[in-house]
Design a protein. Structure first.
Ligand SMILES: Cc1ncc(COP(=O)(O)O)c(C=O)c1O
Length: 420
């Protein structure tokens, strides 16, 4: 692909109009939507109204007029996106807290062997939560299945482990480092057959991969809304629990918002019916209001179209990397097959960290380009079809090439900063 072909692709792109729905800082290219999505213009408008009119003028009246209905309205939009019923999804808290709640309730339910399992590709926060629960419940040590590399899971090994030690398993549908995409339905069926359940963390998948939780026979899933869903920094997580399991599961954080009748202010806790019992405290209204703009855009664009463009753009990027960058010591750290990859592409290089800094700094040869870095040497490039242009991918490849050819990366320190 050359620059003019890239521009032609942008002209024909059915999603091109969605770029105009986001705020774009001048003169920089953003490839970190897999970490924090861009600001939808509508979110600015919603926040202004929520602050000025609802909080400022409406004050306490806004609970009845606007805010009490908000969590359910946003939940129904997430439900539509993942093809489940409205009363199977709730919104609130962070992914880490949601994971704690659901694993705790599963361990208490008696429905599955009390054994926690994950794998080495999962996000560290998920591992920490499970380690804590292992101590709290005084159960067998958490099993972390490992593989020969950090790129892909060995599905046969994982299945063997589930069969030998059934229990409660947590996996990230798209792995945060390499973008490996698990065969969801196959694993769900295997887990069910072997007296186990998989809790899917969809943080790196939702809004980029078309996920049908019914078709894949998923029982529990959760994830954050601030990546491809463009919900805003720290926007609330979503939690899905299939209807049949709901009566067996109870929220370990028994707050008033999960009470059957919170505004009766009775002395004893009576859990609300169904998924409503997984609420704990007062919802974060401003964050939740802003996140609605993000899910509305994904629904309007349609997830199948988003996935198609993500696949096309990733393939073009990978092809260009193979031709132009692997001779310069870049290596591809994501699966090559489209059905086994999410929407970010990971590369490495002996000077990954310094290259990352050179991209972010920009130069006379290229604009500022924002990817992110994950230790020990991964540079991740998020493809976000609602606003990533084909032209941007062309400029990115050219910049990666120039930085190595001119040794521009040597101008940057080997020392790591905190947030990258
Ligand atoms: C896969 C995955 N799980 C969990 C988390 C933690 O999410 P939170 O900070 O909302 O608890 C993240 C954060 O990036 C993530 O990528």
């Amino acid at each position: 692909m050359d620059l003019s072909q890239a521009k032609q692709k942008d002209e024909k792109d059915p999603l091109s109009k969605f770029r105009n729905h986001f705020y774009h800082p001048k003169k920089e290219l953003y490839f970190d939507g897999n970490s924090l999505g861009k600001l939808p213009l509508k979110a600015q408008e919603i926040l202004h109204n929520s602050i000025q009119t609802q909080w400022g003028d409406g004050l306490i009246r806004s609970w009845n007029e606007h805010w009490l209905e908000l969590p359910k309205r946003v939940a129904s939009k997430y439900a539509q996106l993942i093809n489940v019923e409205n009363d199977e999804v709730c919104i609130g808290e962070s992914t880490s807290v949601r994971l704690y709640q659901i694993l705790h309730s599963l361990l208490n339910s008696g429905s599955f062997p009390k054994h926690l399992k994950t794998d080495i590709l999962n996000f560290p926060s998920d591992l920490y939560i499970m380690e804590g629960l292992e101590k709290e419940f005084n159960i067998l040590p958490l099993k972390v299945v490992s593989y020969p590399n950090e790129i892909e899971a060995d599905i046969d090994k994982l299945k063997k482990d589930i069969k030998e030690n059934p229990g409660i398993i947590c996996l990230s549908l798209v792995s945060y480092k390499s973008s490996f995409l698990y065969p969801m339905q196959q694993l769900n069926q295997w887990a069910t057959k072997h007296d186990s359940i998989i809790v899917w963390d969809l943080s790196h998948a939702i809004g980029a991969v078309d996920i049908d939780l019914k078709e894949t026979e998923t029982k529990i899933a959760l994830g954050c809304s601030y990546k491809y869903m463009n919900g805003g920094p720290g926007s609330p997580a979503f939690l899905y629990i299939e209807k049949a399991l709901q009566p067996k599961l109870f929220n370990p954080i028994q707050g008033w918002f999960g009470h059957q009748k919170p505004f009766d202010f009775s002395k004893n806790y009576i859990p609300a019916e169904g998924i409503d019992r997984f609420a704990s405290g007062t919802p974060s209204i401003l964050s939740m209001a802003a996140m609605e703009a993000g899910v509305d855009l994904v629904l309007e664009a349609e997830i199948k179209t988003i996935r198609e463009k993500s696949t096309l753009q990733s393939e073009l990027f990978l092809k260009a990397v193979e031709h132009k960058l692997t001779p310069l010591e870049y290596a591809i750290e994501s699966p090559l097959e489209k059905d086994r990859r999410g929407s970010h592409v990971t590369l490495s290089h002996p000077f990954s960290w310094q290259i990352c800094q050179a991209l972010v700094a920009g130069s006379e040869f290229h604009p500022k380009i924002i990817p992110d870095f994950r230790p020990p040497h991964f540079i991740r490039f998020g493809i976000t079809p609602l606003y990533t242009k084909y032209e941007a991918i062309w400029i990115l490849v050219d910049a990666l090439k120039t930085i190595v050819e001119t040794k521009a990366y040597l101008n940057f320190s080997k020392e790591k900063t905190i947030v990258t």
